[in-house]
Design a protein around this ligand. Structure first.
Ligand code: AMP
Length: 539
C-alpha cells in the first residue's frame, strides 16, 4: 500500500516561489565596479521573463543552455530560469583550455550561450568551433569588448525588456527531469558530464540547511566564493532560497582586499571556497571587521592546519572542511564537533574541523579494498565509494565512464580514504593523477600530450607537487631526443597558446629517461618520491 501524502514534485520552480513568497525582501548583492543589490521580489519576474526569452528564441525543451559567467545576480537568474522552463542549465568554466571548452559545448550540444561581457573575449574566438550554438547572449557586466556585429549576438537586458511577466509556460511535473549539467575532468579521456535532476538539486539544497551541515538560516548572509561554474556553486544559491538567507556574490571581484571588504561590508556569516582563495585573503583579514562570520567552508581539497590557524588567530574561527565531487552535487561530508569530541582542546578541535568529517543526510560512504568493504576503524584504507539521491548514477555524454560505478550502483570516487568508528572520513590520497591547482583540475595527461607535441621531446610525465599558494602545481619531467639541446624555457614557450596559461609548469625537470613501471607506464610514484620537496626557486 502506498502512503497517502501529496505527490508534489521537488522542482527548482518551487525554490523560486518560496524565495519570492516568503523572502521577497531578501537581497542578492553582486560585487564589481558597480555593486548591485536586488531583492527576490525584483529577481523573480526577471527569471520568468528569461524563461519566455528562451521560448521566443525557440530553444527546444530539454536542450542545454550554456553559461560562461561570474557569480552574479544574472547567473542566479540563469540558475533558475533555464531549468524552470524545462531546459538544462550547463555551467562551463571559461578558464579551461580551448579544446576542452569546445569539446564540452559540443558534447552537451548547447543551443544558446549566455556570456558575461568580461568573459566574451575568451569565448567569442571559439564560437566558430561550436557545432550547435545558435545565439550568444551577452550580459553586460562592465566588460569593454565591443559587441560583435553578428546576428547571433543578442543583449540579455534587451531580451528581458521585450518580455512581460507571467507564469512559466510548462510546469515541471517530473522531478527527475534534468535540471543542470556540469563537466568534470576524469583521469582518462575527455571531461565527463554530470547531469543533476530537479529532485537532486532540491534535496541537496535542503541537506545543506541541516544543523550539522551548514546550518543555513534566515539570519545568514551567504557568500559563495566558489565559482558558480563549479558544481552549482556547491548548491549554495539554491540553499539560500530554501533558508531565506541573503546572498552576496563577488561578481568579477578577485582582488583579496576587495573580496574581504565585500564580506565585511555585507556582514557575511557563511562563506565557502577552496583553500587557494582562503590563502590569498589571509593578509587582508585583520584590516576588516569580519566578526559576523560564523562558518567558513573549505572544500575541494585538504585543509592545511597552518592556514586554518591563521584564520583562527585573525578572526576567531578555523576553516571547516567538506568533501565532495562534481558527481556528488557536491557535499557528501563536512566536519563538525560531535558530543564525543567535547574533551578536545582547541588545537585538536581545529584539526578535526580540518578533516572531511561524516556523511551528511541522504548520503552513504564506504571504503572498499580488494572488493571487500573495510571496517570503520580509522586505519583500514580503500577506495572511497559514495551513494545517495544526490550522487550521480551514470555520466552524460560521449564518455559514459561506466567503470566509475559498482555493480550495486555506488560511485567509485577514485579517492583513497579511511573512515573512523564515528563515521569520520579521512582522505589518504587521490588515486587519480590529476593535479589540483587553486581548486581547478589540470589533466596531467593533457599537459603531457601538449609537452610531447614538441617534436624535440621524446617523453614527458607530469605530476602534482605541493605548492604553498595553489595547493598543487604541475611539475613536468621532460626527456628531449638525443642530441637535442632543449631548455625549460623552450618547453614553456612551446606550451604557450597550447594550454591555459595557468597550466604552464614553473618547475620543469630535464631528464634522460622517465622511470617506468613493470607494465611500461610512467612510474609517477617514483617521480613523486624524487620531487616531493619544493625546488628552492619555485614560486
Ligand atoms: P571536483 O569534481 O572537481 O569537485 O573534484 C573532486 C575531487 O577533489 C575529489 O575526488 C577529491 O580528490 C578532491 N577533494 C574534494 N574534497 C576534498 C577534501 N575535503 N579533502 C581532500 N580531497 C578532496
Amino acid at each position: 500500500m502506498h502512503g497517502l501524502m501529496q505527490d508534489r514534485p521537488l522542482t527548482i520552480p518551487t525554490l523560486l516561489s518560496r524565495a519570492e513568497t516568503n523572502f521577497g525582501h531578501k537581497r542578492i548583492v553582486t560585487g564589481g565596479t558597480t555593486e548591485t543589490v536586488a531583492t527576490w521580489r525584483e529577481v523573480a519576474p526577471r527569471v520568468r521573463k528569461l524563461a519566455r526569452v528562451l521560448e521566443s528564441l525557440r530553444v527546444p525543451a530539454g536542450a542545454c543552455v550554456g553559461t560562461f559567467a561570474w557569480n552574479s545576480q544574472r547567473h542566479v537568474e540563469l540558475y533558475l530560469g533555464i531549468p524552470s522552463s524545462g531546459r538544462i542549465l550547463h555551467t562551463v568554466n571559461h578558464r579551461l583550455y580551448r579544446e576542452q571548452i569546445t569539446f564540452i559545448v559540443n558534447d552537451a550540444a548547447d543551443d544558446v550561450l549566455f556570456v558575461d561581457r568580461t568573459i566574451l573575449p575568451v569565448i567569442w574566438p571559439l564560437v566558430a568551433s561550436f557545432d550547435t550554438v545558435r545565439h550568444v547572449i551577452v550580459m553586460d557586466d562592465g566588460g569593454d569588448m565591443p559587441l560583435p556585429d553578428d546576428p547571433r549576438v543578442l543583449d540579455y537586458e534587451a531580451l528581458l525588456a521585450g518580455q512581460a511577466d507571467g507564469p512559466f509556460e510548462t510546469p515541471i511535473e517530473d522531478e527527475n527531469l534534468a535540471a543542470s549539467l556540469c563537466y568534470t575532468s576524469g583521469t582518462t579521456g575527455n571531461p565527463k558530464g554530470v547531469l543533476y535532476s530537479h529532485r537532486s538539486v532540491v534535496l541537496h539544497s535542503l541537506l545543506l540547511l541541516g544543523a550539522d551541515v551548514f546550518a543555513l538560516s534566515e539570519r545568514d548572509v551567504v557568500a559563495p566564493v566558489v565559482p558558480m561554474f563549479h558544481v552549482n556553486a556547491w548548491g549554495l544559491p539554491y540553499a539560500a532560497m530554501q533558508s531565506g538567507s541573503d546572498l552576496v556574490l563577488p561578481g568579477p571581484v578577485r582582488d583579496p582586499e576587495e573580496l574581504v571588504s565585500l564580506l565585511s561590508r555585507h556582514r557575511v556569516t557563511f562563506s565557502a571556497g577552496v583553500a587557494t582563495v582562503w590563502r590569498d585573503l589571509v593578509p587582508a583579514l585583520r584590516r576588516h571587521d569580519l566578526s559576523s562570520l560564523r562558518h567558513i567552508a573549505c572544500g575541494g581539497g585538504a585543509v592545511d592546519d597552518a592556514l586554518s590557524s591563521a584564520y583562527e588567530e585573525a578572526i576567531g574561527i578555523p576553516l571547516t572542511n567538506a568533501w565532495g565531487m562534481t558527481e556528488t552535487s557536491p557535499v557528501v561530508t563536512t566536519s563538525r564537533l560531535a558530543t564525543h569530541h567535547d574533551g578536545l582542546d582547541s588545537d585538536a578541535r581545529r584539526l578535526l574541523l580540518g578533516t572531511p568529517g561524516p556523511a551528511v543526510p541522504l548520503t552513504e560512504i564506504r571504503v572498499v579494498a580488494g572488493g571487500v568493504e573495510q571496517p570503520w576503524d580509522g586505519q583500514s584504507q580503500g577506495e572511497l565509494q559514495a551513494a545517495g539521491a544526490t550522487i550521480a548514477g551514470a555520466y552524460f555524454g560521449a564518455d559514459s565512464g561506466a567503470d566509475a560505478f559498482t555493480a550495486d550502483g555506488w560511485l567509485r570516487t577514485g579517492d583513497v580514504a579511511t573512515i573512523d568508528e564515528w563515521g569520520y572520513l579521512r582522505i589518504v590520497d587521490r588515486s587519480k593523477d590529476l593535479v589540483k591547482s587553486g581548486g581547478e583540475w589540470i589533466s596531467s595527461v593533457a599537459l603531457e600530450n601538449a609537452v610531447m607535441s614538441d617534436p624535440r621531446v621524446r617523453e614527458a610525465a607530469v605530476i602534482g607537487v605541493v605548492d604553498a599558494r595553489w595547493g598543487e602545481r604541475p611539475l613536468a619531467c621532460v626527456v628531449p631526443f638525443e642530441g637535442v639541446d632543449l631548455t625549460a624555457d623552450d618547453v614553456r614557450d612551446h606550451l604557450r597558446g597550447r594550454v591555459a596559461s595557468w597550466w604552464i609548469p614553473e618547475r620543469i625537470e630535464m631528464m634522460t629517461e622517465i622511470p617506468k613501471t613493470a607494465t611500461g607506464k610512467w612510474s609517477k610514484q617514483t617521480l613523486r618520491q624524487r620531487f616531493a620537496d619544493p625546488a628552492p626557486d619555485a614560486d
